[in-house]
Design a protein around this ligand. Structure first.
Ligand SMILES: [Zn+2]
Length: 333
């Protein structure tokens, strides 16, 4: 007798068929299996990574909003800058927060007024100008790497960038743009604690084995390091209302579908602690990217999205800030 498959996010719950849906691109039926414990959904069968070909990169595949060519040639002309700036803001706030909190956290005697120079004394902030090593896992057309290169430094620390991806754009970024781009094997050979920051922007939903990726990320992060991860929220009001008809349920490509509970469980299994973040630009980007082919609406949307109550409304509707990021436990950043 075979037992029910176990959830790939929390590792606890049995998964059972929730429903079926034909692909919009591949004309076949896909099954959505949901975990009874955390609500994570996995799609069967997995279409394989061969679907990420040049047609996909042009937006002629299962995701019409993908445009690698435009992003590769000039990311500034795309709307992605909204999201990039938001992620950098979150990283910057966390780093500055750590800088100001560390002495007190490390040595409570400081607050009592007697500065100790013993082994528990806070390290002087000399090391704070050390380079900040940032890995963009799933760097795609490289827009975020280029944004970070243009930015140069965060919280006073110069950025040292690495990307991870495969395919023709990874080759271009390596050969033409001189980025350090590692394939999966090379990335797996990087020493423990190689990075201060790792970003996984809309990547995890594409992976049939998300735990493997998160365990690698957990190993590669320095203690105290930050993981910035974005993915759709299947427990958001918009998703619950639409059910499997929700646009994010694109079974050819989005094979691991999360909610805050499932993502939290996955972080814990990978040795990471979830942390709450509040997105602004990433929320704005979610709306304007869908208006890529409707220039007038796009301009109006960008104007409306300058109003914070509208951003918060959309954030709640799609559950963007309800999805946690994570840190690796430990003091050293
Ligand atoms: Zn589960």
């Amino acid at each position: 007798m075979s037992s029910a498959p176990v959830c790939r996010a929390c590792g606890l719950g049995p998964v059972a068929l929730r429903g079926k849906k034909p692909g919009a691109f591949l004309r076949r039926e896909f099954e959505f299996h949901a975990c009874a414990a955390c609500g994570f959904m996995q799609v069967e069968p997995f279409s394989g990574f061969a679907i990420y070909d040049d047609a996909y990169y042009r937006g002629a595949g299962p995701d019409p909003y993908v445009d690698y060519a435009a992003e590769y040639h000039d990311w500034r002309a795309t709307d992605r800058g909204l999201e990039f700036a938001d992620l950098v803001r979150i990283a910057d706030e966390r780093l500055r927060d750590q800088k100001t909190k560390r002495p007190k956290d490390q040595d409570p005697r400081i607050s009592a007024g007697s500065v100790s120079l013993g082994p528990l004394a806070p390290r002087p902030l000399v090391h704070s100008a050390a380079p900040l090593r940032w890995l963009d896992f799933g760097c795609g057309a490289g827009g975020f790497l280029k944004f970070l290169r243009a930015r140069g430094a965060i919280a006073g620390r110069p950025l040292e960038l690495t990307g991870h991806d495969v395919g023709s754009y990874a080759d271009l970024l390596r050969e033409r743009d001189n980025f350090r781009i590692l394939g999966l094997d090379a990335l797996a050979r990087e020493p423990d604690g190689s990075f201060d920051l790792i970003s996984l922007i809309e990547v995890i939903e594409h992976l049939p084995e998300p735990l493997e990726a998160l365990r690698l990320v957990g190993r590669l992060l320095k203690p105290g390091g930050l993981l910035l991860l974005t993915t759709g929220n299947l427990d958001s009001p918009a998703a619950l209302q639409a059910g499997l008809a929700y646009r994010y349920c694109a079974p050819e490509i989005h094979v691991s579908l999360f909610n805050p509970r499932a993502l939290t469980a996955l972080y814990r299994r990978a040795g990471l602690d979830p942390i709450a973040v509040r997105y602004d630009g990433a929320v704005q980007f979610k709306v304007v990217k869908t208006l890529r082919h409707r220039p007038i609406l796009r301009v109006l949307a960008r104007a409306a999205l300058c109003l914070p109550p509208i951003v918060r409304f959309i954030d709640r509707r799609y559950g963007v800030s309800a999805m946690p990021c994570a840190v690796k436990p430990g003091l050293k950043a």
